[in-house]
Write a protein that binds this ligand. Structure first.
Ligand code: IMP
Length: 439
């Protein structure tokens, strides 16, 4: 069976958690490749709400190997808290969860540096305040501390001393309390003993498993427009959330990714600052936020809401090579008489050929809308494609035509069971019977 990547195509929060969870039965391995505990993957199992931040969503299923690749940055306390919460609800965690030796660690100074930057900067990013950006800065600056360094205490001590010395200059300049390297070291020695058994060569492990015929679901975090290279820079996260991040963030070749499936919300949301051409600053934005329960899973912040944007979607599907669309939250549009879909951008009176990369153009781009008919009958809770109202099917065809990709799955509510699988589109790619058995 195939190895499939499930990636966010907008600004995150597309509903990847639910989809990863429900597709997991068809795979042997679920692997995260970027980000950290800034992600918030919400999964409902039999009415119980579970939010995963760092641990792959596949962990909720027995006998699945869950991998945290080298492309992530890990806050050890957040990892241990999440592990403890999962164990409390009966999830077994042991050899089924591995952290790459090459994944970088988040240290206390990363969160402190981030809050100072956000407070003092004239241009705030609106981050999740988890120390993600500064941890990646240290990685690229070649002074990061890797998970593997926890296994050698003299290397760990040396690296902590070096970093604390440097960070104290910055903290001192801003009149903040200085860090004590010994205290930080003692704390991380404790983490070393708790994490040791999970730290492995994830790239090697993954290769061995794939060679043995195992299939992999690559679980994306955030979304294409938050990608450090391709997103709406500087209002982005600090990792590659598009498909290239899978190879670099897990240490595998591109030949191991058979298809990319894009998770697409039926409207658009974003948390934090930055451009958002189809943002609805009127009562419709408020309507979508309320109906869609659009509040951040990690920070609880209200999400900014707006209409579906096919210009942005064409860009993210192109970047990722999306072959299938997994559509979420279309039930939120139930009851609307008319739905707006952005089909182009205008800049200084002229139509743009594609999503503009220049921030000053994007800031002023005006969306061009097509208004389509809403559907009278509810999509919410539907389980069969044949049950869907004609107007909704027209909406699907419009999306498929504009994005040149097939809609393979429609999520019609928060629970696993509220899902329509298009078997004709998915057959031969994954074992659908295994997915259907757990719906
Ligand atoms: P950071 O990842 O905490 O550095 O935040 C950078 C930007 O990415 C901010 O606008 C965050 O709100 C956004 N962001 C990070 N993770 C997520 C996510 O999982 N969903 C949605 N937005 C996110």
């Amino acid at each position: 069976m195939s190895n499939i990547a499930v990636l966010g195509t907008q600004w995150g929060d597309e509903g990847k958690g639910k989809l990863t969870d429900l597709l997991t039965p068809a795979f042997d391995i679920v692997a995260r490749f970027q980000g950290g505990h800034n992600a918030g993957h919400t999964v409902y199992v039999k009415g119980q709400k579970i939010i995963l931040h760092l641990i792959p969503s596949g962990i909720l299923h027995p006998n699945k190997l869950c991998l945290i690749g080298n492309g992530l940055v890990i806050n050890p306390q957040a990892f241990l808290d999440e592990k403890a919460t999962l164990e409390k609800i009966g999830v077994q965690i042991g050899d089924n969860l591995a952290i790459s030796t090459n994944a970088h660690m988040i240290l206390p100074y990363h969160t402190q540096v981030e809050s100072l930057r956000e407070e003092n900067s004239r241009r705030k990013i609106g981050t999740t305040s988890r120390g993600i950006g500064p941890a990646y800065v240290d990685k690229v600056g070649r002074q990061g501390i890797k998970a593997g360094d926890l296994l050698n205490l003299s290397v760990l001590r040396d690296k902590i001393e070096l970093n604390v010395e440097e960070k104290n200059i910055y903290l001192g300049y801003h009149g903040r309390a200085l860090l004590d390297a010994q205290k930080v070291f003692d704390e991380y020695v404790e983490y070393a003993s708790l994490l040791r058994d999970h730290i492995k060569d994830v790239s090697f492990l993954l290769h061995q498993e794939i060679k043995a015929g195992k299939s992999v679901l690559f679980e994306g975090a955030q979304g294409a427009l938050l990608d450090i290279d391709h997103g709406t820079y500087p209002y982005v996260t600090s990792s590659n959330s598009t498909v290239g991040g899978i190879c670099s963030g897990l240490g595998i070749g591109a030949d191991k990714i058979d298809e990319v499936w894009g998770v697409v919300k039926a409207y658009t949301t974003r948390v934090g600052k930055g451009p958002f051409p189809t943002e609805a600053l009127d009562e419709w934005g408020e309507y979508l936020r309320k109906q869609g329960q659009e509040f951040g899973a990690t920070t609880g912040r209200p999400r900014r809401c707006g209409w579906f944007d096919t210009v942005l979607m064409e860009y993210s599907c192109r970047l990722n090579g999306v072959k299938k669309i997994l559509l979420t939250k279309s039930d939120v549009l139930d009851g609307l008489k008319e739905i707006k879909v952005c089909i182009g951008y205008e800049y200084k009176g002229a139509r743009l050929p594609s999503f503009p990369l220049e921030s000053w153009i994007l800031d002023e781009a005006k969306p061009v809308y097509k208004t389509v008919k809403g559907w009278h009958q509810k999509v919410s809770g539907s389980r069969e494609f044949s049950e869907l109202p004609q107007e909704f099917r027209d909406y699907l065809h419009l999306i498929e035509d504009l994005l040149e990709a097939e809609v393979a799955l429609i999520s019609t509510g928060v629970d696993r069971s509220e899902t329509i699988l298009r078997e004709d589109v998915l057959r031969g790619l994954i074992d659908l019977d295994k997915v259907k058995a757990e719906l």
